[in-house]
Design a protein. Structure first.
Ligand code: GLN
Length: 484
C-alpha cells in the first residue's frame, strides 16, 4: 500500500478495499520498523492518527469524503500543530506545544487527512543537509551514509522510504526542491503568496513558502490543491483564485518552449549530474518540446545576496525566542540579561547562531547600505532576469543542485561550501517564482533532480509538465531496496 498513488489509495478507500484506520496502521507499522535507521520523524502521533482515521472512515461511510479524506500524511515540524509538539528542529522549541494549527495544517485537517507525525528538519530550516537538527541527522534512504538534503530532509526521506504517502515542506532557498532531488521524490515550491505562512515558524519571511512533497507530480497536485489559497491571517497571501491542479494533468507538452540557462550548466556542475539532466531534457524534446539556451546573467550574485537577506530576516524573526515567551529558559537566571543570554546560548545550535550574527551585522547602522541594501538591489536584478527569460520561454529547466547528496558529516565542517551548493535554488526564492524538483535518474548511485522553474502562479503548468515526464519515465517509481 505504501507504493500506491493518492488516486489509487482514494479508489481503495472509496471501494472499501481498505479503511483509513488500516491505512494509518500500515504506515505507522512501517515507521516503527524503518524509522530507527532513518530518523525522519521527530514525533509520531499514533493515537491522534488512529482517531483521525476513524473519523475519516465515518465521513467516507456518510458519503462526504473529499479527495484527501482518510489519506495519511506527515508535516514538517515547522508547521504549528495544536496540542502536538512543534520543535522546528531546535532545542529552543523542544518543549513547545503549539496552541493553534498553522493554516496549512488546519486546511489539511478539514480535508480529512490523517497526520502520522512531525518530520525532522534542519534547525529553524537553516541548512542544506538536515544535520543541524537538535534531534540528530536524518539519513538518506538510498544510502544511509548520505544526507537526505535539507532543510525538509525528514519529509523527503520519509517519502522515499514509503513511511508516508504525502508530506509538507517549506522552501526558503531550496528546502523543498533540494531534499526532493537528493532522495528521488517530487516537490513543488509554490509562487510566494500561493500558500499561507500563518503558523509556519518564520525563517526569512520574504522568501519562505510552504509546499507539497510526494512521490509523483500527480500526488503533489492533490496536496497543493488542498493547501493553497487566500488566508486573511497572512497579509502576504495572494487572493488569486486557486487553479484545479489535477484538471490539466495529461495535457500535451508539444510546442512547449524550454529555456536552459547557460549559467546553470557551467563550472561546478558534476559531470554525471549534467548527463542525467541532459537525458531528461532530451526526453522533453522527444515529447515535442522546443529547447533553447537562455541566459540569467546575475545568477552568480544570488548566493551572496541570499546569504545577506535570509540571515537579516532570520535575526529579526528569531529575536522572539528570548526565554520569556516561548521555549527553552535557562536555569536560575540572575537577571534579565543573563536570562536572555543563557536561554539563547543554550537553545540555539551553531548554524542558527551563525545566521543571527551575520544578519545582525548586515543590518547594523554603518553596514546596512553596504550589505542589506545592496543585496536588495541584486534581488531586483535577479527577478528581472527571470522576468525577461520567462517572457521568451514557457519554463526554465536545469539541475536542482550541482552534485548529488553528500556524505553525512562533511557539510557542517565547511558551511560556505554548503551555502554554495544552493546556487540553482536560491535565485528562484529571491524572484518569488514557482519551481519543482522531479526525479531524473542517478549519478554516483544517488538520485538526481531536474528543476523546472515557471512564471508566477503557473503551478498547474509545472505540475502537468512534470506529470508528462513521469508518464514517459519511471525514475519516480524507483524505490530504495532496503525500504521496498
Ligand atoms: N539551504 C538554504 C539555507 O540554509 C535554504 C534553506 C531553506 O530553504 N529553508 O538557508
Amino acid at each position: 500500500m505504501h507504493q500506491q498513488s493518492i488516486a489509487e489509495l482514494r479508489g481503495m478507500l472509496d471501494r472499501r478495499e481498505v479503511s483509513s484506520v488500516e491505512l494509518a496502521q500500515h504506515f505507522l507499522a512501517r515507521i516503527k520498523a524503518h524509522d530507527p535507521a532513518l530518523n525522519s520523524f521527530i514525533s509520531v502521533t499514533e493515537d491522534e492518527a488512529l482517531k483521525a482515521a476513524l473519523a475519516a472512515d465515518h465521513r467516507i461511510a456518510a458519503g462526504h469524503a473529499e479527495p484527501l479524506t482518510g489519506i495519511p500524511l506527515a508535516h514538517k515540524d515547522i508547521f504549528c500543530t495544536l496540542g502536538v509538539k512543534t520543535s522546528c528542529g531546535s532545542r529552543m522549541l523542544d518543549n513547545f506545544v503549539a496552541p493553534y494549527n498553522a493554516t496549512v495544517v488546519e486546511r489539511l485537517n478539514q480535508a480529512g487527512t490523517v497526520m502520522l507525525g512531525k518530520l525532522n528538519m534542519d534547525e529553524f530550516a537553516m541548512g542544506s543537509t538536515s544535520e543541524s537538527s537538535f534531534y540528530g541527522p536524518t539519513k538518506n534512504p538510498w544510502d544511509l551514509s548520505a544526507v537526505p538534503g535539507g532543510s525538509s530532509g525528514g519529509s523527503a526521506a520519509a517519502l522515499a522510504a514509503g513511511l508516508t504517502p504525502l508530506a509538507t515542506g517549506t522552501d526558503t532557498g531550496g528546502s523543498i526542491r533540494q531534499p526532493a532531488a537528493y532522495c528521488g521524490v517530487t516537490g513543488l515550491k509554490p509562487t510566494y503568496g500561493r500558500v499561507s505562512r500563518f503558523g509556519m515558524i518564520a525563517y526569512a519571511s520574504s522568501l519562505d513558502q510552504g509546499g507539497p512533497m510526494a512521490r509523483s507530480a500527480e500526488d503533489c497536485a492533490w496536496l497543493l490543491k488542498a493547501m493553497a489559497g487566500f488566508d486573511a491571517l497572512d497579509s502576504t497571501c495572494s487572493e488569486q483564485p486557486v487553479e484545479d491542479y489535477t484538471a490539466k494533468l495529461g495535457e500535451d507538452v508539444a510546442g512547449l518552449t524550454i529555456g536552459l540557462p547557460r549559467e546553470y550548466f557551467g563550472e561546478g556542475l558534476d559531470g554525471e549530474v549534467a548527463r542525467a539532466i541532459d537525458e531528461a531534457v532530451a526526453e522533453f524534446r522527444r515529447l515535442g518540446a522546443e529547447v533553447r539556451e537562455v541566459s540569467l546573467p546575475n545568477s552568480e550574485l544570488a548566493i551572496p545576496a541570499y546569504y545577506v537577506i535570509a540571515p537579516a530576516e532570520a535575526s529579526s524573526n528569531l529575536s522572539r525566542f528570548d526565554g520569556v515567551r516561548f521555549g527553552h529558559r535557562c536555569e536560575a537566571p540572575k537577571d534579565l540579561v543573563d536570562l536572555y543570554e543563557r536561554s539563547r546560548a543554550e537553545g540555539f545550535g551553531s548554524e542558527v547562531k551563525r545566521r543571527i550574527m551575520i544578519g545582525a551585522y548586515a543590518l547594523s547602522s554603518g553596514y546596512y547600505d553596504a550589505y542589506y541594501l545592496k543585496a536588495q538591489r541584486i534581488r531586483r536584478l535577479i527577478a528581472d532576469d527571470f522576468r525577461r527569460v520567462l517572457s521568451e520561454v514557457d519554463v526554465i529547466m536545469g539541475p536542482v543542485a550541482p552534485h548529488v547528496a553528500p556524505d553525512l558529516g562533511t557539510s557542517l565542517k565547511d558551511p560556505v561550501a554548503m551555502y554554495l551548493s544552493d546556487i540553482y535554488t536560491v535565485p528562484v526564492n529571491l524572484a518569488g517564482l514557482p519551481a519543482m524538483s522531479i526525479p531524473a535518474g542517478f549519478a554516483h548511485g544517488r538520485p538526481v533532480g531536474l528543476q523546472i522553474i515557471g512564471r508566477a502562479f503557473d503551478e498547474a503548468r509545472l505540475l502537468n509538465i512534470a506529470h508528462r515526464f513521469q508518464q514517459a519515465t519511471d525514475w519516480h517509481r524507483q524505490i530504495p531496496a532496503a525500504f521496498a
